[in-house]
Design a protein around this ligand. Sequence first.
Ligand code: FES
Length: 90
Amino acid sequence: MDNDNSDKELKYIVVCGGDGCSSFGGRVIRDQIENAIKDNGYEEQIEIKDSICNSLCFQGPIVKTGPKNRTYKDVTQDDIPTIINKTLED
Ligand code: FES
């Protein structure tokens, strides 16, 4: 029997909260992503989380998204719409 569980996969954006990424503006990026999610009414679709260091510190801020496990490096404010839209599409 086919178990057609149509529960949507949880989409999430994880911002590295380690010291390296934070020194490159990771916390500001996190706030900007959170605000963009709220401003666009995507709170029900995308969860924002924090992670510990991903060992990619010199390429930070690091942002990862799921469920497709994408990794974005050197994230700037200009990247945020793309990251959110891609996460919604995944
Ligand atoms: S602090 Fe973000 S990858 Fe190390």
